[in-house]
Design a protein around this ligand. Structure first.
Ligand SMILES: Nc1ncnc2c1ncn2[C@@H]1O[C@H](COP(=O)(O)OP(=O)(O)OP(=O)(O)O)[C@@H](O)[C@H]1O
Ligand SMILES: O=C(O)c1ccc[n+]([C@@H]2O[C@H](COP(=O)([O-])O)[C@@H](O)[C@H]2O)c1
Length: 193
């Protein structure tokens, strides 16, 4: 059975921290492909400074175009907002009954995972790949030593989209933090200024 890792994110913008993680998991785990799912509206996030879906999709597309195992996904664009991951997983399972879907999460997201809609059902049916971050946050006890939760050895790069947006606003050079065609798009379109 083909195994696909779903990396959900707001990706506003998609940065090299995201890219390094996706590529690392595609190359070093049993996941055959990684799908980067651009979320229109994450349940815990405000819409402030949020670029339209198709612009965020374009950035993920540009960054991953030449990576055979990485694919942008717009599956959530047609689903109700805010986007609950459990709903999206159900939709994907209907469309692709022959694919085994796993979830990819930053460690920061595991801390709030008990607040996600239907998190228990998600864990029952899907493996979780957790990427370490430079945080001192305690992983809740209920998620420690769970055989469905795999800690990965993805490189720790403390980059965030929030920081990149702030740096662009204050005129700093952020080019090393973005795939160069993503930077070109942001620059041409005057985003985040
Ligand atoms: N530098 C990073 N290292 C590891 N995981 C990350 C990193 N940045 C984001 N993630 C994870 O990637 C997923 C999508 O992240 P998201 O689009 O919210 O990016 P972000 O850079 O954290 O954005 P923002 O700063 O706008 O909140 C989440 O699961 C998040 O935990
Ligand atoms: O399903 C939920 O209840 C849920 C709650 C919070 C976040 N998520 C998903 O997690 C992804 C990363 O979250 P965020 O807020 O860090 O961008 C986001 O794209 C959502 O799809 C999902």
């Amino acid at each position: 059975m083909k195994k696909v890792g779903l990396y959900f994110g707001t990706f506003n913008p998609f940065h090299i921290g995201h890219l390094v993680i996706a590529n690392h998991l595609a190359e070093h785990t049993e996941l055959d492909e990684i799908w980067l799912v651009i979320t229109p509206q994450s349940p815990f996030k405000k819409k402030k400074n949020l670029l339209e879906n198709h612009h965020r999709f374009e950035m993920v597309y540009r960054a991953t175009e030449f990576y055979e195992k990485l694919k942008p996904s717009d599956v959530e664009f047609k689903l109700p907002q805010p986007n609950y991951t459990s709903k999206t997983l159900a939709e994907l399972k209907d469309t692709y009954p022959d694919i085994d879907f796993a979830l990819i999460l930053g460690e920061d997201n595991l801390v709030n995972f008990h607040k996600w809609k239907n998190f228990e059902r998600i864990l029952e049916h899907h493996d979780l790949y957790v990427c370490p971050r430079q945080t001192n946050i305690e992983i809740p006890e209920q998620f420690q030593n769970n055989p469905k939760i795999h800690t990965t050895d993805t490189p720790v790069m403390e980059i965030s989209s929030t920081l990149i947006r702030k740096m662009i606003k204050s005129g700093k050079n952020v080019q090393p933090l973005l795939q160069h065609r993503v930077w070109e798009y942001i620059d041409e379109m005057n985003f985040y200024r």
